[in-house]
Design a protein around this ligand. Structure first.
Ligand code: GDP
Ligand code: MG
Length: 595
């Protein structure tokens, strides 16, 4: 136990976490040349392309020092705010963290939010200035920022380059020197923390664990404390580049357990594993049921694909426990599913996986957050869909989820950023200069306002320089109304949104204008209206036109004529029939693109 070091790497996105992790594996000869890939830890295509580690993994390295062998377990953490609960559990499995800061970028929002999690868990922080090979690196300034942030001594900061490998041996030294060995009682009843799990189509669920107390042997009967389910530990082992089976895992170890579990929903990150016969007294603190916070309808473009879509969703769910879905139907879009996501990135990932792994073309409706409706009768329920909105006469009030947002930016952009946050109903709670030209702004704002276009706007206002991270701070009452869109008098349920009363008028007007641009002229006038209840608040008209695609063929060439008609028919496939109006797919996302 005294020669084990469990650590993670925390960093803002693109500051070099994956690159440095690969270097550590390199220097410790954990990967043979044959096994080398561009980025070993990111093994999903999608991850590699986005440069984000979506799912956390762990890997064990051997390190020799003064003729003594050390076992280093690197636990990888997902970098995005949507997965912050998973980050917190990975951090809870460690004693130390490498805090990486890009020497050209300085401290960013995610650096701070991840650091807070690490400090909460009492981790030893090793600050590392990365990318010092770059000519525009600014080591002195960034060092000052780190000293301010951590209250550490400048001499504690290591300088490195994941690219050239400079400073990497010193990092390994520091891990052994500074990160404490695991504590825990080897003779106590088993207490193991689940910090991640992964679906494997041959082996079922692989559960990643950190043993806090006691030990586990192959074949043991174990209990998952929070889910109260019992299993046999069919296989246990450690995580090298692949799983290496072992007979026993001891206090302080990081490893995996395979126990015949078939779906991800049975294994909950943060749960405690103990022995059935000799259980530990209590579960490990910090367990939470992750709840999706963003909801959207997902519909097949071709309604015949509904069953295929269901099969695809079920497969995705096998390895993504945080995805939820239930059937719903829309007058406009037919049969589909109401899906729950952790956040917007998670939603995008699911959409992309449906497309890539299952070849499913889907329409995703406007996302909304989870609201709580209180009725006059005193009932209370969650709303995941604008159509859940109770009758205004029965409704007492609605609560919406709030977040605390941290924004770090060059000071020259502060004015426009404040205007943006205000337009999103944000309330500033703190403003702090990190250096003379970098500011940290703290806002409280409704999650629902972030869901639309906040992030894109933040980036464009700040020319890409501002960074942003958030965490949830509970529900607050809000004056929300349901805005409906009518096409020729008929409500299009998939275009309804819940919106703050003060913004409804302007929003309805912009929606109608945008739809007017997107809905092609047809053989009759189309009235586009925005309505709150029975009250029409905006209106536009798409004028009729008769478009005859074969007109310019002068009757002559019949094959050409047929081709054109077929082409037109294909074009129509990407349209949805709403009453007598054909609505293009992109119109359903119009609301996301309002300027
Ligand atoms: P992550 O998002 O924190 O995992 O960051 P990555 O490891 O994917 O690195 C982001 C980008 O920075 C990639 O293009 C890397 O090649 C590059 N990069 C990472 N470390 C260094 C470094 O030390 N020096 C230089 N010049 N580039 C680096
Ligand atoms: Mg990465």
């Amino acid at each position: 136990m005294k020669n084990i070091r469990n650590f993670c790497i925390i960093a803002h996105i693109d500051h070099g976490k994956s690159t440095l992790a690969d270097r550590l594996l390199d220097v410790t000869n954990t990967i043979s040349d044959r096994e080398k890939q561009a980025q070993v830890l990111d093994d999903m295509d999608l991850e590699r392309e986005r440069g984000i580690t979506i799912k956390s993994h762990a890997i064990q390295m051997d390190y020799m020092r003064d003729k003594e062998k050390y076992t280093l377990n690197l636990i990888d953490t997902p970098g995005h705010v949507d997965f912050s609960y998973e980050v917190s559990r990975s951090i809870a499995a460690c004693e130390g963290a490498l805090l990486i800061v890009d020497a050209t970028q300085g401290i960013q929002a995610q650096t701070i939010s991840n650091l807070y999690l690490a400090i909460e868990n009492d981790l030893e922080i090793i600050p590392i200035l990365n990318k010092i090979d770059l000519p525009n690196a600014n080591p002195e300034d960034v060092k000052d920022q780190i000293v301010d942030l951590l209250g550490c001594d400048e001499s504690e900061i290591l300088a490195a380059s994941g690219k050239t490998g400079e400073g990497v041996p010193e990092i390994l030294e520091a891990i052994v020197e500074r990160v404490p060995a695991p504590e825990g009682d080897p003779d106590a009843p088993l207490q193991a923390l689940i910090f991640d799990s992964e679906y494997n189509s041959f082996r079922g669920i692989i559960t990643y664990i950190r043993i806090l107390n006691g030990e586990i042997s192959k074949g043991d009967l174990v209990k998952f404390v929070n889910t109260e389910k019992e299993y046999q530990a069919d296989e246990i082992g450690v995580l090298r580049l692949s799983q290496e089976p072992r007979k026993v895992l001891k206090t302080g170890d990081v490893g995996y357990i395979i126990s015949g579990i078939k779906t991800s929903t049975e294994v909950k990150v943060g749960d405690t594993i103990t022995h059935k016969a000799n259980p530990c007294d209590s579960a490990i603190e910090g367990f939470e049921e992750v709840k999706p916070m963003v909801f959207a309808g997902v519909y097949p473009i071709d309604s015949e694909d509904y069953e295929d879509l269901r099969a695809a969703m079920e497969k995705l769910k096998l390895n993504d426990a945080s995805l939820t879905f239930e059937p719903e139907s829309s007058l406009a879009l037919g049969f589909g599913f109401r899906c729950g996501f952790l956040g917007l990135l998670h939603m995008e990932i699911v959409q992309e996986r449906l497309d890539r792994e299952f070849d499913m073309n889907v329409i995703t409706t406007v996302p909304n957050v989870s609201y709580i409706a209180h009725t006059k009768k005193g009932d209370e329920f969650e709303m995941h869909n604008p159509s859940d909105m109770p009758d205004p006469n029965a409704l007492d009030f609605i609560e919406e989820p709030f977040i605390r947002a941290q924004i770090i930016s060059k000071s020259e952009f502060v004015g426009p950023l404040m205007t943006l946050c205000m337009s999103k109903r944000g309330i500033m709670t703190n403003q702090q200069y990190l250096t003379s030209d970098r500011v940290e702004l703290t806002y409280e704002m409704p999650l629902g306002e972030i869901v639309f276009d906040f992030y894109d706007k933040l980036k464009s206002i700040s020319k890409g320089y501002a960074s942003f991270d958030y965490f949830q701070i509970g529900f607050r009452p809000a004056k929300l109304v349901k805005l409906d869109i009518l096409l020729n008098g008929e409500g299009v349920d998939a275009l309804s949104t819940l919106i703050h009363f003060d913004n409804a008028q302007a929003f309805g007007r912009r929606m109608c204008e945008k739809l007017k641009e997107l809905i092609p002229r047809q053989q009759f006038d189309i009235a586009i209206q925005g309505a709150i209840g029975a009250k029409i608040i905006s209106r536009e008209t798409v004028k009729a036109v008769r478009k005859d695609v074969t007109a310019k063929c002068y009757g002559g060439d019949i094959t050409r004529k047929r081709k054109l008609l077929e082409k037109q028919k294909k074009g129509k496939k990407r349209m949805k029939q709403v009453g007598n109006v054909e609505v293009p797919q992109k119109a359903f996302l119009a609301v996301l693109k309002l300027d």
